[in-house]
Design a protein around this ligand. Structure first.
Ligand code: FES
Length: 301
């Protein structure tokens, strides 16, 4: 499990801003929504803003998040930060502001703060009728990480905004490189190019930062299976079922968790691969950092 701050744990266990805002019929009030990620394919955040049109002030905000502890805490932090801001003020909120509000996030969880920033931008751009994609530029850059659909432009942005110097850090912030790993060398090249363009020397390395991994008293096999089942039942399945899918625990062998993805979740190979990573992330977060989730296909049983 991860070493979260007290603030993260408090927001996770006592969320105050979950839910949605219905379309307002009040004159001068507009509801706008920003969405990033996909519930069918992993982490997802849908942010609702209630905006006073005359002042562009954010009167209220709510979120719907499918993700780990840090994703929910980051969403709570985002809402706390932007309530009362004008849209222009809110656009200045960065993923670093979200992480700082939480007293910090484990490096491997920084992508949750990035997701919050992107949902906020999406909501504001929607309000203003600007093209829906949060980072229009992302679509113009070459696709670098096919596992997570991350472009060269998005990787460059996160490197510059957060002073990232390793491929591992890029993975922590936007997930690129966290799947098959075949794009890690390209990410190294992008980092080198960014710093070359800015004339700042940097040593590029994609080696793993094991200092962040936490050591826990091991669970017994029975405890581990029970906890895996509990997390799947209480935290994963309700969200998947609401989105037309489901997951069933098939078997646990050591650190390998075999699951059956069902409904919409098992309908395409790309969705299955990404969802596997999302479930794995949740189980690593809540049960053990060493777990590996394998999606078992019915035809192979
Ligand atoms: S292509 Fe980036 S992790 Fe697979």
């Amino acid at each position: 499990m991860w070493d979260y701050t007290d603030k993260v744990m408090d927001l996770f266990y006592n969320p105050k801003n979950q839910g949605m805002l219905e379309d307002s019929h009040e004159p001068g009030i507009k509801i706008t929504v920003g969405e990033v990620g996909s519930i069918a394919c992993g982490d997802a955040l849908r942010l609702h803003l209630k905006v006073e049109e005359e002042t562009e002030k954010i009167l209220d905000a709510r979120y719907q998040t499918f993700g780990c502890t840090s994703a929910i805490a980051s969403s709570e932090a985002l809402v706390d930060l932007i309530k009362g801001f004008t849209l222009d003020e809110a656009l200045k909120v960065s993923n670093k502001d979200i992480a700082n509000y939480l007293g910090g996030l484990p490096q491997a969880k920084m992508h949750c703060s990035v997701m919050g920033q992107e949902a906020l931008e999406a909501a504001i751009y929607n309000y203003r009728g600007i093209a829906h994609d949060v980072h229009e530029d992302d679509d113009e850059g070459a696709l670098v990480c096919t596992c997570f659909g991350i472009s060269d432009a998005k990787i460059r942005r996160v490197i510059v905004e957060n002073n990232l110097t390793t491929a591992e850090e890029v993975t922590n912030y936007v997930k690129a490189g966290g799947g098959c790993g075949s794009c890690l060398a390209t990410i190294d090249d992008i980092i080198a190019a960014v710093y070359k363009e800015s004339a700042v020397p940097v040593t590029v390395s994609s080696k793993k930062n094991t200092a962040l991994l936490q050591v826990e008293k091991p669970l017994t096999p029975v405890q581990k299976i029970a906890l895996i089942q509990k997390v799947l039942d209480e935290e994963v399945r309700p969200v998947l079922i609401a989105d037309g899918g489901d997951v069933e625990l098939y078997d646990v062998e050591g650190e390998h968790v075999k699951v059956l993805l069902q409904g919409a979740c098992g309908s395409c190979s790309a969705s299955t691969a990404t969802l596997k990573i999302a479930i794995e992330s949740r189980l690593r977060d809540r049960v053990s950092k060493d777990l590996v989730v394998e999606a078992v296909e019915l035809s192979l049983l």
